[in-house]
Write a protein that binds this ligand. Sequence first.
Ligand code: ADP
Length: 625
Amino acid sequence: MEKKAFQAESKKLLDMMIHSIYTHKEIFLRELISNASDAIDKLYFQSLTDDSVGMNKDDFCIRIDVDKDARTISITDNGIGMTAEELEHNLGTIASSGSLQFKTDNKLGEDQQIIGQFGVGFYSAFMVAKRVTVYSKAFGQDEAYQWTSEGVEGYTIHKCDKATHGTQIVLELMEDSEEENYSEFLEQYRIQALVKKYSDYIRFPIQMEIGHQVLADGTEDEYETQYTLDTLNSMVPLWRKNRTELTDDDYNNFYQEKFVDYMPPMAYKHVHNEGMISYDALLYIPSKAPYDFYSRDYEKGLQLYTNGVLIMDKCGDLLPDYYSFVRGLVDSEDLSLNISREMLQHDRQLKLIAKSIEKTIHSQLTSMLKSDREKYEQFFEAFGLQLKYGVYSDYGMHKEALQDLLLFHSSRGDKPVTLAEYVENMPESQKEIYYATGSSIERIKSLPQTEAVLEKGYEILFFLDNVDEFAVKTMMSYQDKQFKSVSANDIDLDTEEEKKELDEKKEAGKAMFDVMCSALDGRVQRVTLSSRLKSHPVCLTSEGDLTLEMEKVLNAMPTENKVQAKLVMEINPKHPVFERLTALHGTDDEKLKKYSQLLYNQALLIEGMPVDDPVAFSNLICELM
Ligand code: ADP
């Protein structure tokens, strides 16, 4: 029999499986059982609309057999089975497996954790087996085929005898070594425990011959082993059970098994909805963002069942983007079974369910914010960015729903605040909501523009994420209070008297400002004096809607059209530097110009922006020194 080679990727994965660390090995059983369950689902699904299948739900089962002498464990299902081509395609190449595809994208082998956290499918058999044989007969076909492999070397496929449709997978366990005890997978208690742990909610019975000790006939103290075919899993889906029957542990375990997360969820909600639309749902907020959450690869969605049959693994239409972190499932009797993906998008029933779920999540988050602030802060740390994008997206359509779920760091203290808390804290004299942007809290705190606002006793929101400023620009105002950047040119903090004094100074310095501005090659609109500065000599502010920070964010995007904020360079009239500038004006304008360039670059650096020409800047410093 000719041996065929695995695809390169498959080979790599197999290698990783074989050398995986011990604690992960046990999941092989979960993987093979869920494949068996999927295969049964497919045939069961078909049987619902196709009478010729001739099987009832009760006819389906998964069976586990163990042979201690031969050191084999086999998993048998009477599901849809595989043709020779399917064996070849599904088991010989990596491309067919969704989960494997996903792992190769993420630099296979880099992280052993991955095996524990995610399903790795059929190949996990090679973590415990030295030889794997798959006997399969596709439903409706006459021929059965056998696929055999001893790992990386390759595999063979040939015809075999098999009476019934379905698949049997036989694993010949590896020999025990000093570190590894594979034989324990031959023990019934171990298998029972593994099925309970990982596969309890599989909807079809997982059966195994279980030996029970019973008194031998006619004796009083002699025991013998009698075997019965037991069902190891409890089968009833958790979401169909009554809330009062279930504990936090039940919900958490279910989540961890079903969504393969090594951490319990942060919060969950079990919904039984009746009336206009009836559905059951389990909704979970994970404790941590999955590592690919903020990448393109992440796919949002809830599992969608109808009457306990899975019809879609990730139904994206059930979740708005800003709640894409929610995991869970929905089971509704009202949905038609043979609905297609395209039809589903237009399904009225589904839309109603999605609306109702969105409301549930919203009220869940709102109550977490009220009753368990610490937890909410953790939640926001993990997923807050998503909510902020939600405010910003779709032209602000969802801002009403989301604005009270936002948290921001602020100048008030270490704890983040809500917008409502900020407004509550505003002194009477304060009219606007102030914010400052920067890459870190430390950076923002050292911004010259914050000094005057803080001196007034006003709180400043710290915007650390790129999206923050865009989000509040979309909101425009909160409780009728406008958002105002501390770097905005028209910030107004002075008394009438102070204003007058400043205006006079501005008027007097006009000619000098023109000279300074001319030295800056159009990079600033104008140079002026500012009362917002206390200890710093200079800062940059922006006129109009576009701030320097937004310019930075927008220009980092891969578009042709670059934008430019309208900048104003503001000088502190109370700073000794101002005196020096005034002295130079009219006596040494060339030097005044150089000082202007120096100040401009200095202001850029304080803002956390790169200077336009570092070499020229450094030469200029040396020259002036
Ligand atoms: P995944 O389950 O993530 O797709 P696997 O490597 O576990 O990846 O399985 C690859 C494919 O092989 C499955 O998608 C399925 O089509 C097929 N398969 C595996 N086990 C069985 C089985 N017991 N019966 C029928 N088909 C199976």
